[in-house]
Design a protein around this ligand. Structure first.
Ligand code: DX5
Ligand code: ZN
Length: 227
């Protein structure tokens, strides 16, 4: 599949979401939608009704990142609404295997997210149930935070697990990904890159997406995990 860029609308203008999504519609692979419930994270964004409206007009498939408690209860509705990818946090899930199966049964790719301090090794046996692992490279909750380099060894280990198991799973990074940090993520093993402020904080959002893709592709060419 190669490098994929998923701009996060957390840094877009919430009163102009369809325009801001259309602005990257020719250049991005996904639109990343951050759902926050003010319980799992100390911030509140948007929920299912807004996602349903985005789905009606978005030229890009929707990559839902649910930073919410009890995703077992709430996440399947995002898949049923038509989100092409739905990612829940493993720290919040009660039955992650059952939930991942429910997401796939509803037609979505199933993603599992880990906060920076959550180890990936305990979940090696869950990989066949998943389509994507999201490794947070900031503490979830806010855009514009500084990238946490300490997560890079985990990105590497996650990619190694995916390779060892010959799984067809994407490794996504989210948080502080910009033109400076994206190469390190790609080298370590990421192939799906979320960027909020680096895209919507730029004067030319589409140009920023292209620049991120170029930097990621360059770093991927010589990465250890690409054979
Ligand atoms: C943060 C969100 C991110 C956020 C990233 O918890 O999950 O998707 O938009 O923003 P930047 O790219 O600005 O760090
Ligand atoms: Zn996110």
């Amino acid at each position: 599949m190669g490098v994929q860029i998923s701009p996060s609308i957390l840094s877009a203008d919430f009163a102009r979401l369809s325009e801001d999504i259309a602005a990257v519609g020719q250049d991005a692979d996904w639109v990343h939608v951050d759902v926050m419930d003010n319980h799992f994270v100390p911030n509140l964004t948007l929920g299912l009704p807004v996602v349903e409206s985005i789905l009606k007009t978005s030229p890009l498939p929707v990559d839902c990142h649910l930073m919410i408690n009890d995703p077992d209860r709430w996440a399947p509705a995002y898949a049923e609404a038509g989100a092409a990818s739905v990612t829940f946090h493993v720290e919040a899930a009660h039955a992650p295997i059952r939930l991942a199966r429910a997401l796939r049964a509803a037609g979505a790719r199933a993603g599992m997210a880990l906060k920076p301090a959550t180890p990936v090794e305990p979940y090696v046996d869950l990989l066949p149930e998943l389509d994507m692992v999201l490794l947070m490279t900031v503490e979830p909750g806010f855009g514009g935070q500084a990238f946490l380099d300490v997560v890079l060894p985990k990105v590497r280990r996650a990619r190694q697990m995916v390779r060892d198991g010959e799984h067809r799973i994407w490794v996504q990074v989210d948080g502080g990904v910009d033109a400076d940090t994206i190469g390190r993520c790609a080298e370590a093993g990421a192939d799906v890159f979320v960027a909020g402020s680096a895209v919507y904080g730029a004067d030319d959002a589409a140009g920023a997406v292209r620049a991120l893709r170029n930097a990621a592709e360059l770093a991927t060419q010589s990465a250890w995990w690409v054979s």
